[in-house]
Design a protein around this ligand. Sequence first.
Ligand code: GLN
Length: 570
Amino acid sequence: MKKKTIRNKKSPKYIFVVGGVMSGVGKGITSASIGTVLQSKGFSVSIMKADPYLNVDAGTMNPTEHGEVFVLDSGLETDQDMGNYERFLNKSMPAVNYMTNGMVFKYVIDKERALGYKGACVEPTFHITEEILRRISESVAEMNPDIMIVEVGGTVGEYQNAIFLEAARQLKIKHPKDVLFVMVSFLPVPSKLGEMKTKPTQNAVRQLNSYGISPDIIVARSETPLDAKRKEKIAGMCGMSHENVISAPDIDSIYDVPINFDNDKAGQKILEHFGLKPKHKDLIEWRAMVSRIKHSKSTVKIAVVGKYFDTGDFVLSDAYISVIEAMKISAGSLSVKAELTWINSKDFESGKKKISILKNFDGVLVPGGFGESGVEGKIKAIRYARENKIPYFGLCYGMQLIVVEYARHVLSLSDAHTTEIRPKTTNPVIDILPEQKVNLKEGKYGATMRLGAYDAIIHLDTIAHDAYGIFLKKKDKLKKNINRNIIVSERHRHRYEVNPEYVEMLKKGGLVFSGTSPSGVLMEIAELPKKEHPFFLGVQFHPEFLARPLSPHPLFTAFIQAAINRKKKG
Ligand code: GLN
């Protein structure tokens, strides 16, 4: 009998990243960047997020309020920071790397209801903290990292995240030498004073002290770099060496942050704290990628036609962050910059914007979405891109609407629609997945869509096959060759699908389904024949969730390449 190999379980080092003064100053990017730097020094790194919300996951949160819902391979719907971790570490994170207060409390309360605590009085400390620590150790067991980074959402001093801080304090008591605290704080420069103020940070540290925690490192976020005087002041008032105050000024590209940290020797300081020595020191690949993105001079203009743009620029970039990064990354890999213009599809409906403005773009993209608002505008944009041979890329809803548009205007099924919007249409070309009917009927909305990684077969002689074949790095795990078709694994988040009853008719009418589920039942990619259009393709999945700076997504790269070709033709 074969012996089971037992993995050599090691005890990791822990880094808790907490926020001071205010939220939104880049704790996620800081956590991810610390991870990138430590990984480049030869250590395996895993990153978890502890979110203070009572939502059990991020799936039910509105993207205009909370930003993008990021989906893991497992199908867990999470905060967008998980996307940053995956992009910066270039690896997928398991479900256990994301927890919310809701998830933790639900688990404990369900266990209590099932007499799991055998009649004990169940309390926030110790039972909630015990559950938080159990999740951290479960993640350690799954990832076996040298260094486990845990980002605590929110800001020190809020009631909401206090329980996570208490759990962290308990871990530090248990492993005093193996736990390090990083506080990401903000240093304002009030315009009337013109001077950078350290007091809010000092107060935030005092707040953290009141939980029994002292920061070992302060990452000082500010508009401009910190001068020596401010570093000394923070160090003196917060009881640390000035070398442990890292200056983190605003920068153009988030991908610069690991480079700045490395230049500031942040990685080295962390390793010294743990008594570890770098195994190798390079960010070579990362630096090359950043330089390519930065030094690309030529641009391609992409119109992103969507609807979550109602509350101004700040929100829209958060609602589509993975789509934006995927385009930036692929453009960089082709040595161009993607200049994105956000077009509210409702403006095409009201006439506020003429559809013909799309001819000024090198590519049109319709991202994922839900509900009725702006749909007819999106369909107009798709029709225009199809008829005028402008490269078009549709993500999820953007693929379903290709099918609606094609059915209406090429197959002349003028009332064709998705039943998400017209449940009673006589031509339901997009219809609810059979298993989803029950969920909606019973009002089960949370975590019930078709979620996470599923395989898709990419058929030969199609745009999709060319794209995966040309742009997919050989070492990439996405690719397996079976009879020259390619099998890819992509992440999903949808309730509706191409209605199987219309597939033959659509195919006969000229639409190509170049990607299908292995069973052949679900249509995963729709495209136009290569001869007819330079690039007209929609995917039922979300390729943006797998686009990473060091492994750009082939379909985004192929789309940007098509945009470059259009620009060259003039
Ligand atoms: N609303 C569509 C569905 O549920 C598309 C979802 C999406 O774009 N993520 O199937």
